[in-house]
Ligand binder design. Structure first.
Ligand SMILES: Cc1ncc(COP(=O)(O)O)c(C=O)c1O
Length: 375
């Protein structure tokens, strides 16, 4: 993005205001309690090689867009696992197994969650079975195998891989560590969210006395977004406007917010943002998101490669940033919001705004990353 004129015609696909917005700290922390958030930080911050990931100031981008500050949480550096997911699955494995070495762990994944579960299982010497759909790249499968996991490929989409995981786990008495909740399965997804909330603890330390005015949160099933909202309730004094961004082809949070209850959507075309290509918001995140979200926005895959390249070329700050496909929608949606004078005004985005974005992953899928970089 060498000139702002190149992106000045970018448009979001869909934008929605949540009419039921009513941010309530107590209600949010009833779903994911402060004690669980604190426990996750106390545990994870003691893991070997733990260090907070960088919070990068995208000063070149903020100058271009006329916004006071843009903070970018760079999760490409998380435990060498290259995404924030490292915080969730591995933490849930540790908490749920409580030192029992005889359990076999299982999960279904789009890639990064499984990597975290496989890594966490390996750390604890546990066997691990990972179910993936036909859309998960062989590169991602290989990384999970490198952590000692058995990777089982299932025909069809993520839902099919989850169904097969549940079926085989029930037959074999394996312990499922899933980041998605369903009826009677909420403890583990809550633990993964508690793990993710470590990001907000770090951010609250990193921003010092700055106030965040807007936060843009990527959503797949909503776990990471809801965990950040809980982190905001737990750690921040100032409550920012909370904006959810999704791929235009997988807007399950937006559609649920529009309807006022969970709506399962039909994903006609899988987004390049594989980790966010989800058809239904998860139960636990929904309890948090339904009243805390201010706005939902969806974006096209068409802009992804441009942002991946600009991050790599240090167009946005003086640092070269490795940002994979799921790291781009925060920046894309911010540019699109900034381009729309009416929406920009209605959400109060202006020269005194401090925006927080999440670079959720690095080159977690190296092959796709190289493709996007060279497109
Ligand atoms: C790599 C990756 N996977 C998954 C997700 C979605 O997380 P969740 O399914 O918890 O909403 C994201 C969010 O941006 C992501 O970057």
């Amino acid at each position: 993005m060498s000139a702002i004129s190149e992106v000045s015609n970018w448009k979001y696909s869909n934008f929605l205001e949540n009419k039921k917005n009513n941010f309530n700290k107590k209600n949010i922390l009833d779903v994911l309690p402060s004690e669980e958030i604190d426990e996750a930080y106390n545990t994870i911050s003691k893991w070997k090689n733990y260090s907070p990931t960088p919070l990068i100031h995208l000063d070149k981008l903020s100058k271009k867009l006329g916004i006071n500050k843009i903070f970018y949480k760079d999760e490409s550096k998380r435990f060498n696992l290259k995404s924030f997911k490292a915080l969730g699955g591995a933490y849930a494995v540790e908490k749920i197994t409580k030192g029992n070495k005889d359990l076999v762990i299982s999960t279904a994944t789009a890639g990064n969650h499984g990597r975290s579960v496989a890594w966490g299982s390996k750390k604890l010497g546990l066997k691990c079975k990972i179910f993936i759909s036909e859309y998960v790249s062989e590169f991602r499968a290989e990384v999970m195998r490198s952590f000692g996991a058995d990777v089982i490929r299932v025909k069809g989409n993520y839902d099919n891989s989850l169904k097969e995981c549940i079926k085989q786990s029930n037959q074999n008495n394996w312990q499922i560590v899933q980041d998605v909740a369903w009826h009677n399965y909420k403890l583990v997804p809550k633990l993964t969210m508690a793990g993710y909330s470590v990001m907000m603890k770090e951010i609250s330390d990193q921003i010092k006395n700055e106030k965040i005015s807007h936060v843009i949160l990527q959503a797949g099933v909503g776990g990471m977004a809801a965990a950040m909202v809980a982190g905001i309730a737990r750690y921040l004094k100032n409550i920012p406007k909370i904006i959810i961004v999704e791929p235009e082809s997988a807007a399950c949070v937006l559609e649920s917010i529009k309807l006022g209850k969970i709506k399962k959507i039909f994903v006609k075309k899988e987004s390049l943002m594989g980790g966010m290509s989800c058809d239904e918001v998860s139960l636990v995140p929904w309890e948090i998101l339904k009243n805390s979200v201010n706005y939902c926005i969806t974006v096209s895959d068409d802009y992804i490669s441009n942002i991946v390249q600009s991050l790599a070329k240090s167009d946005f700050s003086n640092m070269k940033i490795i940002g994979g496909e799921c790291s781009t929608p925060g920046i894309i949606s911010l540019i699109c919001l900034n381009n729309n004078t009416h929406t920009k005004k209605s959400i109060n985005l202006n020269e005194s705004s401090n925006v927080l974005l999440f670079g959720c992953e690095g080159d977690a899928d190296e092959e796709l990353y190289q493709k996007l970089l060279n497109q």
